[in-house]
Design a protein around this ligand. Structure first.
Ligand SMILES: *Cc1c(COP(=O)(O)O)cnc(C)c1O
Length: 349
């Protein structure tokens, strides 16, 4: 969900943005008002995330999935080595794309043995110092598995898919070479992908890289080589202002930690619900749970939906239930889910 305040503010100016008599979707993306709004979005992102001076912020299209291919194209030549961790479905997709792009991929740790309910222990793998980059997925959205630490990659650039955890808590951007995230989980509408890349990693794209995914070409054109997703950039700016007003990432982190802790402690105390994820790897954003009677999953989802608690079906590939409690979900929303779960248990256990 997105913050209601932001949606209402956007609705109120949908037909007349900044006195233009038009919506933000109708003005020219080259006009000075929109260019200023896009610059404001970037500067808010830099401020809220604490992006250091020697990083570029790019606003791209093609989603996080596009970056699975764009990262090898920008950072490597065919045959270069890259190291990965496989903690679930999104890392697996990134690995597959890197192989398609001709990289010599080594998977340093694969959590298949736990059915992807764990993250590798800190210090249990060593990044090859000759690798072009090291990739991991800090939060696996489908499995609800999140790293409690930033891996040490020696001097090798760390590339992180933060799609489902960006803006959820403070982050030290300087530890990463590339951060990328589809906007639609915690940052706004779909159609926009944020890439934060250290300057020294810009300018090495393979010759046949599509220009709209070439970090240098996009950096030089302020991400406007082609028409950017104007509404997405505008709304991201509003969401960043909302995060800032709410106390920034430290406040988001506290809120999100408290929300997740409440839900996990309810699940752990219950004899009817379980969460399969290791204690040190539980996601703050995507809380998965199973019930003792899986044949009632459809009933659970339907009754929850009727009670206003929507989108609770687990990903089609894993089943069970999943509560995605992104930044905009208030603590009361989590409490309403807990109350519903307790009631469902009383009626069905
Ligand atoms: C949703 C998601 C993606 C895919 O994002 P698209 O923008 O739809 O390509 C990739 N990685 C993670 C971790 C995700 O949660």
């Amino acid at each position: 969900m997105l913050p209601t305040d932001v949606l209402e503010a956007a609705a109120s100016e949908l037909t007349d943005w900044q006195g233009s008599g038009m919506s933000v979707m109708e003005v020219s993306h080259r006009g000075k008002d929109f260019v200023a709004a896009a610059a404001e979005t970037e500067s808010l992102l830099r401020e809220v995330m604490g992006v250091p001076q020697d990083y570029r912020v790019l606003f791209l299209q093609g989603g996080a999935s596009g970056q699975f291919d764009a990262i090898p194209m920008n950072l490597t030549a065919v045959g270069d080595k890259a190291n990965f961790l496989n903690t679930g479905q999104w890392s697996a997709k990134a690995i597959k794309a890197a192989r398609t792009q001709g990289l010599d991929v080594t998977v340093l740790a694969d959590e298949a043995a736990s059915n992807y309910t764990t993250t590798p222990a800190q210090g249990s793998f060593t990044v090859d110092p000759t690798a072009a980059y090291f990739h991991y997925t800090p939060n696996e959205t489908i499995g609800g598995v999140e790293f409690g630490y930033v891996p040490d990659a020696g001097g090798v650039p760390i590339v992180a898919d933060l799609s489902s955890t960006i803006l959820s808590r403070p982050i030290d951007v300087s530890k990463y070479g590339v951060i990328y995230a589809g906007a639609q989980k915690n940052m706004g509408p779909s159609g926009l992908c944020v890439v934060v890349v250290r300057n020294d990693l810009v300018g090495h794209a393979r010759p046949r890289t599509p220009a709209v995914w070439d970090y240098k070409a996009m950096a030089e054109s302020d991400s406007m080589l082609n028409t950017p997703p104007t509404f997405g950039l505008y709304l991201l700016g509003r969401i960043l202002a909302w995060v800032k007003d709410a106390g920034g990432l430290p406040a988001m982190g506290e809120r999100n930690h408290a929300k997740a802790a409440a839900l996990y402690s309810f699940i752990d105390a219950s004899e009817y619900y379980t969460n399969p994820v290791a204690l040190d790897s539980r996601s703050w954003m995507n809380v998965t749970f199973l019930q003792a009677k899986p044949e009632l999953d459809k009933t659970f989802v339907a009754q929850a939906s009727a009670a206003g608690l929507t989108n609770l079906a687990g990903h089609r590939s894993v089943g069970g239930m999943r509560a995605s409690i992104y930044n905009a979900m208030p603590a009361e929303g989590v409490q309403a889910l807990i109350d519903f779960m307790a009631d469902f248990e009383r009626r069905n256990a």
